[in-house]
Structures are given as structure tokens and as C-alpha cells.
Design a protein around this ligand. Structure first.
Ligand code: ADP
Length: 226
């Protein structure tokens, strides 16, 4: 069976991770967040881990080659689940490298859709400042709209909820958004050639966006037909 891939791109705080997790809960889709994979890598005691942490904390991207390696190693592990690539690819080069692998393995992979989550800067700063993440499993909460049941504790695994280091500085948030805005037009053009892109207005509420995504993917009874 081919591995189905769906891409979610958007500014930090635009809600792509939350929507990926909603599809996980409803349809057992597999959210693959390259940011989370990097944070896990960053916990190791290696020189590479130190460099990853330095880049993340500075609001910069890690190299296109490293992220390709990390993302596809994880993709290879997933069996029988539709994979949502949350925050990958983030540069044109990443999109091209990923596409080369998909094109060489058309019997193995199918890229179904690329969703672009659009949100203006003031709204995303507000959201990120209220975001806390589980230190252990990476689950994301919002202290206003999606609170944990117990303050500071993850509902899913009991882990400790923390502010991400790269979310605590407004400069880092703005820098990540600037990098995103610089790179996204080329990525959209790349995928538009194959009619794969769909723009989401992230101001809408979570349920409406979830429904919009399901409509686009024509998901019914655990099956998608795009
Ligand atoms: P956000 O969407 O809020 O930036 P993520 O968890 O998706 O949060 O990413 C956190 C950080 O991980 C990014 O700022 C960047 O340093 C790094 N990162 C994540 N995905 C990629 C990628 N595809 N390419 C390069 N760096 C990445």
C-alpha cells in the first residue's frame, strides 16, 4: 500500500499542529512535526544536538539536508497511516529534495494535498505567547482556548507543560515568521504546478477549519478519496 502524504505549512502559531492532531484523534492520521523531531534530537548528548538547539533557539532553520534525513527516516517508520507533514518542507530546496524521493518511489508514496495556513502577525504572536507544550510527548495547549485539565500537566501523558524557549522571545517569533514569509511564495508556486495547494484562513475556528480540510480531502468513514 502507498504511503499517503499531506503537507501542512503555515506561520508559527497558525494552528497547523493542532489541526494535524485533530485528524490524528479522528482518523488515526500520523502527525509528523519536524520541529518536534528536532527538539527530540536536541535532547541527545551530541555535537549535532547542540547545533540543532542553537539554530532552533535563534529562530533559524536547520540545514535542508539534515531535515531531509530526519523527516524521511521517520516517514519510513510509519506503516498504514496517512502522514501529515507538519512544517516540512520549509524551503524550496526542501520541497525539491522531498519531491525527488517521492518521484523515484511512486510505487511507495503519494502526495495528496498541500495546505497553507494563513494568519496575520498580531494574531499569531498572541497565540504563541499563550502556547505551552508538553516536555515529554510534544502535545500543544493554549492557555486561553485549549487549557490542560490540570495546570502545568499534560492531559495525555502527565508530562510537564513548558513554554518553548523559541516562543518566549518576540524577536524569535518575528524572525521565524519573516523566514516563513520569505520562503513560502516559492514553495506555493512549486506545488501549484500540480494543483496541490489549498489555502486555509486560520482566523476561523478550529472546527470549521477541520471540516474544511475534511471536505477538501473528501474524508468519509476513515477513508479519503482525493
Ligand atoms: P513553529 O512552527 O512554531 O516554528 P516548529 O515546532 O514547527 O514550530 O519548529 C520549531 C523549529 O524547528 C523551527 O523554528 C526551526 O528551527 C526548526 N524546524 C522545524 N521544521 C524545520 C524544517 N522543515 N526545516 C528547517 N528547520 C526546521
Amino acid at each position: 500500500m502507498k504511503k499517503e502524504l499531506i503537507i501542512f505549512l503555515g506561520s508559527p502559531g497558525s494552528g497547523k499542529g493542532t489541526q494535524a492532531n485533530m485528524l490524528k484523534e479522528e482518523f488515526d492520521y500520523y502527525p509528523l512535526s519536524t520541529g518536534q523531531l528536532l527538539r527530540d534530537e536536541g535532547k541527545k548528548d551530541t555535537e549535532e544536538a547542540k547545533e540543532i538547539n542553537r539554530l532552533i533557539n535563534a529562530g533559524l532553520l536547520v540545514s535542508d539536508e539534515l531535515i531531509l534525513d530526519i523527516a524521511f527516516k521517520e516517514i519510513e517508520k510509519v506503516e498504514n497511516q496517512t502522514i501529515i507533514l507538519d512544517g516540512y518542507p520549509r524551503t524550496l530546496k526542501q520541497a525539491e529534495l522531498a519531491q525527488q524521493i517521492i518521484d523515484k518511489n511512486l510505487d511507495k508514496f503519494i502526495l495528496k494535498k498541500v495546505f497553507i495556513f494563513d494568519l496575520e502577525e498580531t494574531a499569531l504572536i498572541y497565540r504563541i505567547r499563550n502556547r505551552v507544550t508538553c516536555d515529554k510527548c510534544g502535545k500543544v495547549y493554549n492557555l486561553i482556548t485549549k487549557k490542560p485539565e490540570k495546570v502545568g500537566v499534560c492531559d495525555a501523558c502527565g508530562g510537564k507543560l513548558m513554554n518553548r524557549v523559541d516562543d518566549s522571545e518576540i524577536d524569535s517569533i518575528l524572525k521565524r515568521n519573516r523566514i516563513y514569509k520569505t520562503n513560502i511564495p516559492d514553495i506555493i508556486s512549486f506545488y501549484e504546478k500540480n494543483n496541490l495547494t489549498f489555502l486555509i484562513d486560520s482566523v476561523k475556528d478550529l472546527k470549521s477549519i477541520n471540516q474544511e480540510i475534511k471536505n477538501v480531502l473528501k474524508i468519509t468513514n476513515n477513508k479519503s478519496e482525493v
